[in-house]
Design a protein around this ligand. Structure first.
Ligand code: HEM
Ligand code: HEM
Length: 164
């Protein structure tokens, strides 16, 4: 008889590395974005792209897109830590929240890349709209992580930060 697969008890170093690398790049692209509307207009008009902001935003954002895809592949292949037994309602809600985050962190750079490389003016607004939803979800996610760790004192942060 086949035995049950072993339960994963923690995120791997690769998953932790990808979590923080993607978080850092998302934050950087949020702050290094001023003037992207004008840069897009110039790009669509066929003018050369000048300035550090559009070069960073497009290329770091494209690296981010690749890292998010890698992160999702690792997640599908290796899973996430599970608590034994039936999931509580709060654990199910956290799972849904994580998949919403994955969806938004994939859609935001994908729509940005579609706009820039596809030269599609129409998807630019959608990129910014989805990005705003991503930022709100991230704030909720970080607040919940801090609440769990410091108020509920369940050491949740230790899952993503190698704390002693
Ligand atoms: C751009 C910012 C961030 C994004 C996009 C993000 C995304 C995610 C995602 C998608 C997961 C689920 C991983 C999985 O189960 O496969 C996760 C887990 C986690 N994140 Fe973040 N995160 C961000 C920032 C933060 C910050 C600032 C903190 C700490 C304050 C944090 C703490 C955690 C913790 C502790 C987990 C593990 C939760 C658990 O397994 O129950 N994250 N993050
Ligand atoms: C999670 C990653 C990303 C974040 C947080 C982000 C954030 C932003 C923000 C805040 C703006 C508004 C800038 C302004 O109007 O002043 C913007 C616009 C824009 N971004 Fe991104 N971006 C990301 C990824 C990308 C990628 C990967 C590309 C292209 C490869 C890209 C291309 C664009 C373009 C073309 C605009 C102008 C859209 C328009 O005005 O219609 N972005 N982005």
């Amino acid at each position: 008889m086949a035995s049950a697969p072993p339960t994963k008890t923690s995120y791997s170093a690769l998953q932790i590395g990808l979590h923080w690398a993607t978080a850092l790049l998302i934050a950087a692209n949020y702050f290094i974005s001023d003037g992207m509307g004008e840069a897009l207009d110039a790009h669509l008009a066929g003018d050369p792209v000048v300035g550090l902001t559009p070069v960073w935003h497009v290329w770091a954002g494209s690296v981010l897109l690749v890292l998010v895809i890698a992160r999702l592949a690792v997640r599908f292949l290796t899973g996430a830590p599970q608590t034994p037994g039936r999931k509580t309602l709060a654990e199910r809600a956290a799972d849904v929240g994580h998949w919403v985050l994955y969806g938004l962190m994939l859609a935001t750079p994908a729509l940005g890349a579609l706009t820039w490389f596809g030269k599609l003016d129409s998807t630019g607004d959608l990129h910014v709209l989805v990005m705003n939803a991503l930022m709100i979800t991230i704030l909720g996610h970080a607040a919940m992580a801090i609440f769990h760790h410091y108020v509920l004192k369940d050491r949740l942060l230790a899952k993503m930060i190698p704390l002693r």
